[in-house]
Design a protein around this ligand. Structure first.
Ligand code: SF4
Length: 422
């Protein structure tokens, strides 16, 4: 395949042609999915943080000028197209959101000369707003452009740039928003087209790639297959993330949880593989300590059955992602949400101390919290419990639990080795 890649950003206008190894395509698409996963919590990253999180990825080479840049740009282009096809029938908005974010990060890193060349190459050439118009709109002396207001919806929402006669005036350094809109429109159109094509003509190679990528529902947590029994719940709760540990402790202590806690904690337990029968027994067993059993069945049991999709709309609800939990509104007397975001700092510190976390590590966690890096703080908390836990950032409470469980599994060979040694 002969392709020329002049820039680290790409509008991905032309689909690839030629032959590529299926395994290679799957491998580079998986690298791109790791980047999507990083974006999942909507946290902002500095270049250094992105590089640390995506260590050894070809995508990170696009943040540096280096000898392998051509190869990295080619992989970026191919992996984009693999995922474009893969997502055409499955969560298109998720794909578009991540692609726009990745485009913006790279475009913003380019120098003004490179940006100008990129725009020229794509024939995105606009006349600058004249000095007279700038004076009449009280714009500063920098370069400004005018676009139809529909062409930069993100800037329109901000309501800080002048609107006149159906046009919006934006400074040159905000041109990325026009490009993002352009890219979004072209991705949406292309995804519809690809979807139609795949329905009528999906060859075996493509089917192989799609099944190997196993995208499923990227917003839904996929358990690695552990099942938790009700009898083990108290013991296993020591592997829960702080948000869920606190729900569990409160349920055991007060024999009740409010609605949003029941949703957050109930779906977490479902994601751990707790059966509906066990779930009902857990909630019933606690609630009847403060209310008649009849009241539990009449007023509360429906929600849990609904979570498992056995009544009502029969949707198989997924556990909440950290991103969703972080967006929760938590008022006084409510205990759902994320402790790293929703708790007062002194309450959090007290809890971390009582969990046996050292002052040094608490300071690291608090520093992350103050920078609003809540999932990173949670990941640091996880690492305090087990140093061998991978450094990829937690995106689901269930993922936290499974990572901690996995890291606590003893290697049986090591066990025998130490027996022989002693
Ligand atoms: S970051 Fe996620 S898993 Fe960790 S405490 Fe917050 S919501 Fe729970």
């Amino acid at each position: 395949m002969t392709l020329n890649f002049d820039f680290n950003v790409n509008m991905y206008q032309d689909p690839p042609v030629g032959f590529e190894n299926v395994m290679y395509l799957v491998e580079i698409a998986h690298e791109r999915l790791k980047l999507y996963k990083l974006f999942e919590n909507n946290e902002s990253f500095t270049d250094e943080e992105l590089k640390a999180r995506m260590e050894n990825s070809f995508l990170i080479e696009l943040l540096d000028d280096n000898l392998r840049i051509c190869e990295a740009r080619r992989k970026d282009y191919l992996s984009h197209w693999v995922l474009r096809v893969a997502y055409s029938n499955n969560n298109e908005l998720f794909f578009i959101k991540n692609e726009l974010m990745w485009f913006q990060i790279r475009f913003n890193r380019m120098g003004s000369d490179e940006k100008r060349r990129f725009m020229e190459k794509h024939n995105f050439i606009f006349p600058a707003v004249s000095d007279d118009v700038k004076a009449s709109l009280k714009l500063d002396r920098h370069v400004w452009y005018k676009f139809k207001f529909t062409e930069v919806p993100e800037l329109l929402k901000k309501r800080i740039y002048p609107l006149c006669g159906g046009y919006i005036y934006i400074p040159a350094h905000k041109i990325v928003y026009w490009l993002l809109n352009k890219l979004e429109i072209s991705l949406k159109e292309s995804l519809i087209h690809i979807k139609k094509m795949i329905i009528s003509n999906c060859d075996d190679q493509l089917k192989t790639i799609l099944s190997m990528l196993n995208l499923g529902n990227p917003h839904g947590y996929r358990s690695i297959g552990n099942h938790i029994e009700l009898d083990d719940l108290d013991e296993r709760s020591k592997y829960f993330p702080l948000c869920m540990k606190f729900q569990h402790e409160t349920l055991r202590k007060t024999h009740h949880l409010k609605y949003f806690s029941r949703m957050q904690y109930g779906l977490f337990l479902k994601g751990l593989g707790l059966s509906l029968e066990d779930a009902l027994e857990l909630w019933r067993g606690e609630f009847v300590k403060t209310m008649p059993e009849k009241q539990f069945w009449k007023k509360y049991s429906y929600l849990f059955k609904h979570q498992y999709g056995t009544v009502g709309s029969r949707i198989d609800y997924a556990p909440y992602a950290c991103a969703k939990i972080l967006k929760s509104t938590v008022t006084t007397n409510q205990i759902h949400g994320c402790p790293f975001k929703h708790w007062d700092e002194d309450v959090l510190v007290k809890r971390l101390k009582s969990d046996g976390i050292s002052n040094l590590k608490i300071a690291e966690i608090v520093a992350l919290v103050r920078r609003k890096k809540y999932t990173q703080a949670c990941t640091r908390y996880l690492q305090c419990h087990h140093q061998n836990v991978t450094h990829s950032i937690i995106t689901y409470p269930n993922e936290y639990y499974e990572k901690l469980c996995e890291s606590c599994v003893v290697d049986i060979e090591d066990l025998f080795k130490s027996d022989e040694d002693s």
